[in-house]
Design a binder for this molecule. Structure first.
Ligand SMILES: CC(C)(COP(=O)(O)OP(=O)(O)OC[C@H]1O[C@@H](n2cnc3c(N)ncnc32)[C@H](O)[C@@H]1OP(=O)(O)O)[C@@H](O)C(=O)NCCC(=O)NCCS
Length: 180
């Protein structure tokens, strides 16, 4: 059985950080390589801390049979931050004008490989975006026929720029329309 809960910055304690690092490592790294472990530790101890201080920070974690099985988070993206400024110099002007700045920046949704294909990412997504105050949300992911494309494509996200970062596309979700 899976439950999903929101965590404030202060609730992200050492135990949660270890769980997030383990999922990050299992999803993106090779547990046999020390550099992958370092990368995962850096994510949990540094990146999360930095992102959690940003306005609009929101994190949800899924727990399956008593263990953290996935996480999702984002914050309010603003001009002056790295990704917003990079997008502003990369995406077509009309997209930048409409979408970039004061958007909800969905940084990642990650599910432990041992728990995939059970609808956990869908649960995380729906909890994360529910009641967001921003009018628009943005994320970048690979628009192939895999789970991420299915996940977002089935939940109202549209491809704004097909190739924004290598194989990744820029996706947008119009939260104002959705709430209307
Ligand atoms: C993408 C990811 C989060 C999906 O997690 P998940 O819990 O397995 O996903 P779900 O079970 O909730 O399924 C989501 C959708 O993908 C579909 N799906 C699941 N596994 C799939 C697969 N292997 N191939 C194609 N579609 C798949 C599901 O049918 C579902 O579609 P639906 O909403 O139309 O029913 C997971 O694969 C992951 O952590 N990947 C690495 C990190 C990543 O790429 N994150 C996204 C970048 S922002």
């Amino acid at each position: 059985m899976t439950t999903v809960q929101s965590l404030t910055r202060k609730q992200i304690d050492g135990g949660i950080r270890n769980a997030l690092a383990a999922i990050y490592l299992a999803a993106y790294g090779d547990p046999s390589l020390p550099e992958s472990q370092l990368d995962a530790d850096n994510f949990a101890s540094s990146t999360i801390r930095r992102h959690a201080r940003r306005a609009g920070f929101r994190m949800v974690v899924a727990t399956t049979d008593g263990q953290v099985s996935g996480y999702a988070y984002g914050f309010t993206g603003k001009r002056g931050q790295f990704w917003s400024d990079w997008l502003s110099g990369t995406a077509p002007a009309h997209i930048v004008e409409t979408w970039v700045g004061d958007h909800f920046e969905l940084v990642d949704i990650v599910v432990d490989p041992a728990h995939r294909g059970q609808g956990i990412a869908g649960l995380l997504h729906d909890h994360l975006v529910e009641g967001l105050p921003q009018e628009r949300a943005l994320l970048a992911t690979t628009p192939d026929d895999g789970a991420a494309a299915r996940l977002y494509g089935g939940r109202g996200w549209q491809i704004l720029v097909p190739e924004i970062d290598g194989a990744k596309a820029l996706y947008g979700l119009d939260l104002a329309v959705r709430a209307a």
